[in-house]
Each structure stands twice: as C-alpha cells, then as structure tokens.
Design a protein. Sequence first.
Lengths: 591, 251
Amino acid sequence: MTTYSAPLDDIKFLLNNVLEMPSISKLPGFEDATPDMVDAILNEAARFYGEVLAPTNKLADSQGSRLDGDRVVTAPALDGIYKQIVNAGWPGLTGSRDFGGQGLPMLLSVAVDEMSQSANMAFSLCPMLTKGVVTALNIYGSSDQKKMYLSNLISGAWSGTMNLTEPQAGSDLSAVKTKATLNGDHYLLSGQKIYITWGDHDFTDNIIHLVLARTPGAPEGVKGISLFIVPKFLINDNGEAGERNDVRCVGIEHKLGIHASPTCTLSFGEKDGAIGYLIGDENQGLVYMFAMMNEARLAVGLQGISVSERAYQQAVYFAKERVQGSTPDNKNTTIIHHPDVRRMLMTMRALIESGRALTYSAFMHEDYMHKSDNKERKTYHQRRIDLLTPLVKGWCTENSVEITSLGLQIHGGMGFIEETGAAQHMRDARILPIYEGTNGIQALDLVGRKLSRDKGKAAIELLEDLSLIVRDSRVAKLEVLANSLEASLAACKEAITILLTEGKQDWTIPCASAFNVMMLMGGTAAGAMLAKSAIVASNLNDKSSGNAIFNKNKILTAIFYAEQVMPRNTAYLEAIRAGSKSIMALDVKYF
Amino acid sequence: MKVLVAIKRAVDYNVKVRPNSDGSGVDLNNLKMSINPFCEIAVEEAVRLKEKGAVTEIIVVSLGPQKAQEQVRAALAMGADRGILIKIEETIEIEPLAIAKCLKIVCDEEKPDLVLMGKQSIDGDNNQTGQMLAALARYPQGTFASEVVIDNGSVFVTREIDGGLQTIKLALPAIVTTDLRLNVPRYASLPNIMKAKQKPIREITAEELGVDITSRVSIVSVSAPVGRPEGVKVGSVDELLDKLKNEAKVI
Ligand SMILES: Cc1cc2nc3c(=O)[nH]c(=O)nc-3n(C[C@H](O)[C@H](O)[C@H](O)COP(=O)(O)OP(=O)(O)OC[C@H]3O[C@@H](n4cnc5c(N)ncnc54)[C@H](O)[C@@H]3O)c2cc1C
C-alpha cells in the first residue's frame, strides 16, 4: 500500500489560519493569489501529484537509473511523467512573470512542493535543483544570461544542477580544484565533480549546470572560487540546445536510497575544455552559491516533512489493518489499539505537523522579505530566514530519519521486507541529513554564523516573538502548552548564554554543543508553531467556525507534543550544560 | 458550434460518506467536494471537441449552492469558456426534474447545438436528468455515450448497451449523456487554473428562472449497509447442503 493523499486539510489550515496567506496575497505582485485561487491550485496539485506521480514511487525505486555509455537511462516507471508535469505548468509556479512563470508566493509553492516530494522524492529533486538554478540566475545572472536560460528553466523545458562537490571538497568547499581558464568571451573548464544529483538524464532537451571552479591565479580558499554556467548543449543562435558541450557523465553511484535519482560523476573538459560562462564577478562564486543555498536548505527540510508524511500515511493504514495481540476489551485487536503503537503514530504526527508549520513559516518570511520595501522589515525577515534555515534543514531532516524509522517499526517484520514500501521511506530519508550541508555543518552554521556573529540578537528576537505564544496559550486556557513552551524557551536562552560566554574560552564548547543547540532550538520553534496552531484551532472552535473535529485533533496533537516531545528540549540543555569535556576527553589515539 | 455542459457539485468519489446520526441523509460536513466524475467526462469531451475544431464555444452550467462556483471554475480551468451558476440554498436536495427544468430555460436562452452531461451523479445515482431535459426541450437524446463524433449537423453517439455497442445518429441540437469509458479527463494546468479566474461566470437563482425546486420526494431514512457477518466453517458437504437449503434457503 503506497498510495498518498495530500494532507490538504492541514495545509489549508496552516496557510490560511496559522500563517498569513491572506496578507501575503495582498503584497504587490501576489494579487492573483486570492483565497479561491489558492484553494483551486492546492486541490488540483493534490490530485495531480497524488494520482500521477505518487504511483511511480516504489517502482522507480526498484528500477533505479543506469548508465549506458555516457548517457543516463532513468527508471522506466518515470517515462512521460516529467513531460506531463511540464505540460501542466507546475514548475513555473513561483517563476518570474517576465520569463513565463506565474509569479505566485513561495508560501503557496512550498505546499505544492511538499506534495511533489511526498509523491516521489527522488524524482522531485530534479525540479527542486532546477528551481535553485533559477534563483541563482535571477539574483546574479546578467540580463543576457537571464534571457538565454530563464524561460526554459522556469517552464522546466530544461533542468538545472548544482556542481559543488569534488572528491576532496565536500563540506569544505575551499578545496575545490576544478579549473576555469578565460578563453575569449567564455571560459574553458576542466575537472571532475562527484555526487551531482540529476547530473544527466533524458527528460529535457538541455541541462544547465552551475559549476564552482577556480580561475588561474585566484586566491587560495573560498575567496578564489567562481561560479559558471555550463550547459550540456551549447545554446545556438535560435536560443535552442545546439552542439554538445565537453561535459560527460562518467559514472553513477549505487546508493542506499533515492534510487530513481541518478547521482552522477561529471567530467568537465576531457577533450578541449567545457565551455562555461561566468556568473557575476570572478572569486565571488561562494557568495552567489550561498544566496541560493538558503532556499535549497529550506527545500531539503521540506523533503524531510514530505517523506515523513508519506511514511506516516502508510503506517496509519497498516496499523488499522494488522491484527495482532489483544487489549482488555478486544481479543483480536488491530495494532492501532496498542498504546505503544499509538505512541509511535502520535510521535510521527506531532513531529510532522510541527515541522510543517516551522518550514512553511520560513517560506512565508521569504515572501515578506522579497516583497517588502521597508528596509527595516526586509532585514527583519532576512534575519529570521537566516536563523530558521539551519533549524528547518537540521531539525526536520533529523526527525525524518526518526519518523520514517518509526513508520517501519510499526510494520514490524513486514517493515524490514522491501515489498511493503515502508523501508524505502527510511532509505530515502537517510540522505537528507547529509546533502546540502550535513547537519553537523548546519549546526556549526547556527552557532557560528547565526548565533555568535550578532551576539545572539536574532535568536533572542525569535525567542521573544515565540514567547507571545506562551501568553496566547494561557489566554486560550491551554496551560500545558504554555508551560512546556515556557520551559523550552528558557532552555534556549540559557543555551545561548552558555555559547556566548563559555564558548569564548574554549573553542570546542560551541562546536561540541552545536548539534544539541540546533535540536533544542528547532524543537522549541517548531513546538511553538504547533502550539500556535492549537490556539488558532481552539479559537475557531469557540466561534464554531471551521472543521470542529480537525481543530480538536490539532489541539490534541499539540498537547501530545507538549507532554511527550518538549521534554527532549530540556534534555538537550542538560547536555549543553555539560559542555565539551566528556566529548573530547578520550584521546584520538584510543579510538 | 456551441456546447452546453451541465455539471454537478458532488462529494468526491474518494470520500467514504456516512449517514448522519438522525438518518435523514448523508453527512457532507467538511467533506471534499468535486465535479461529479461523469460530468467531468462531459467537460473533457467538450474540450476535446473544441480542440478538434468541431466546437467554438463551451458553456458550463451548474445548479448548486454558491460554493458550486468552485466546480464551475474547475471546469473553466479544464477549458470551458464561460459559466452559469444557478444558485440554490445549500440545504436543498435538488431533484432531477427541477434541474432539468432549469436547464431547459438555459437551453432556450443559449440555444446550444449540443448538450453534454453525465449519465448520472454519484450522489443520487438517479440517471434521469438528461432524459428529462431531452423530453422538456424536445431534443433527441443519446445516453451512455462511449464515443461522440460530430458530423455535418448531426452527432454520432456510440452507446454502451447490454451485450455490446450501439451507434446512433442524432440531429443537432441534441443531448448526449456520458459514460465512464468516453474519455479520461485531463488535469487542469496551472496556467489554465490562473486563466479561469478571468473567465465570466453569470450567477442567477432558480427563483429568478421561475422554477419551483421544492422536493417531490421525501427521504424516509438513510442508513449504512449492514456489515458482513462473520463466516462459519462447515464440517462436511452434508452440513453445507443443509445450511444452503434450510438457513440460506437458496437451494
Ligand atoms: C545522494 C547525494 C546527492 C548529492 N547531490 C549533490 C549535488 O547535486 N551537488 C553537489 O555539489 N553535491 C552533492 N552531494 C554532495 C553532498 O553535498 C556532500 O556529500 C556533503 O556536503 C558532505 O560532504 P562529504 O561527502 O565530502 O563529507 P565530508 O565533508 O567529508 O564530511 C564527513 C563528516 O565529517 C563532518 N565534518 C566535515 N567537516 C566538518 C567540520 N568542519 N566540522 C564538523 N564536522 C565536519 C561532516 O558533518 C560529516 O559527518 C550529494 C551527495 C549525495 C550522497
């Protein structure tokens, strides 16, 4: 049983009642995103991804992709699917209207993307990376480059890739060695990139690679990296894909999961050099890459929610079918009546709903940030995005491993058997804490860049915003939520203080505590968003408005989170208080 | 050539409905509503005829509550040109004859060359409206269509009948009701969903059309099918025969 039905009730409630879709749609340029339009788009996206893409997930996983010469052959289960998606226009949802996109809010696209990623995560990486290339070109591409590439990338007629990683350069991109030499109006690139997602395939007429490389004589380290556009086929005078460029797929990886997504080794310039075009200025590549990386990291966090939702739906279905054991009032019971199975299902549900609220809120800040013309508001939203990014990426993807593992556990032995499909979600989820910056790197980004640089200002600002939810919980008579959130917020504050004081004396303290700080803050911020959802639900029920059962269930889920998940936060604080001593004490030679 | 497509807002076919507690009907509160699947097939057919060049304008019409505007918009997103929403109170259970009478008035005004509609809606399962409209409007009818071909002032309708297919030729204007195998409706594309918003929908009420829509049928009770009782294992063929004869009384 691997069907998927988009959680439209939760998504619509979140967009319209908890987050601020109604105000977003009043921002200049978003006028089309009226409530009825948003509704119509969500409904059709749910139908499309649920009925067209979701059924491919399991088969495409078992088929995988293979290399035939230098050509990647994708899973047969995906035949025609990409074209169908392009024809339906979904890739262009947020794309600029100047280049044929619909210019709709990110707060809407995050919902559609969730459906796509739940339907088939390995496949959806392809449009996801293309979107990243669009973002980069939008901000830093020259007007000629935009004209040449954007329309085709936004429509999905062409796809895009990100080429950062090399064998010796993973987390540390300062070690990038790929060379780019100026040659007239373009550069010639040579070198090898590894682990390039959807680096080659036959879905599109062209693939636009964004490549990090070094020019001769460039400064050492990250300050000497430039960003290049390297199309698989050079663009001819008609703006179409023409002659083959000197970039080839020389291998694809055998992996634990996301089998339908070809992970390619790309070789640039084996013959005369791959023709590449510089984006912006030389040596600014990493800055450009980072502008898009925020969005890509949020997108990976969203993948965590998406694959978890799919695992949850499958686990619920199984738990209602499987008869095993007895309860005091039922001799042959379905396993959903066992409290331990309920613990697992509720944990999955609470982590998903809280994570969804947190992730969507980050995309909402993106909309506000892009549209705001007030400098102060703009920087406020940018600060919030910067802070939320490692939380969304790190916390949601760590949880996705736990959630998909719980989904498998609920299946018992059947879960370990590939046939049920529960194992696939766990295998697929496992990449999420690794790519787009490992969660270790996310944690360092949080404590290094996001917390230390401004001496905790942005973080305290977040905690203060969230403390309003404590107050509102009390007003709504949801004391449990108020108390647990209050304790978690206090834990966050203490953790930040520890980092800012003790961290100065011993560099290992912030580095060793970083992961715990990320989990503590992620769990607090997401828990706050779920508490907020419960307050909204409670107010709606007081007014007899909305779906009473949905609202009640939202409150129950938030109470579960407050009682069963929030305590993790104070435990993280305990570990942070203990500092780095026991982590570092054992000498390296004794490992 | 002008086509009128009648569509109904009905509970989504994926949703499992339950009788409400007093047994007066089914509980539709907060359930997902969609275009009735057979009506959606009718819209799709009209759009395909237009894409083939056989049709120039598609008008969708629906009788339903204000919210049925969503379904009219969905049909516009599939490719219809304009909509008509005949509004009724949400609480009214509208019956085939009342719908047919309203549609008759729309036919008089719009003078379509072809009316396409579903053979039945999955809520009432009546399978009456098309036939009633044909009688009221005095149009020829082709029901349960699995193929529709327009040719020179007539329409050839292939009908799914017991034991095979029957093809009939109707003079236009005519009414065609659609069966499941006529086509597979498309998904609306994002750009078309956006464009649908600009397409006009005329709203009127059944009252303004002068049609009496009060129910002529009263529902006595609605109940869920009784669950299947647990089976028993019989010990011998004799016991089986005995049970079939005396308990089940089937032999
Ligand atoms: C399936 C798949 C798809 C991918 N797709 C792409 C793609 O499309 N484009 C692309 O460019 N790359 C891609 N990657 C590469 C991916 O982003 C890297 O694997 C990832 O960034 C980690 O780099 P690494 O593998 O070199 O690990 P390393 O950097 O060697 O890390 C190993 C371990 O050390 C830790 N570590 C490293 N440095 C530090 C530090 N300074 N402090 C603390 N801990 C540290 C890490 O957290 C990790 O746990 C993909 C990888 C995979 C597996």
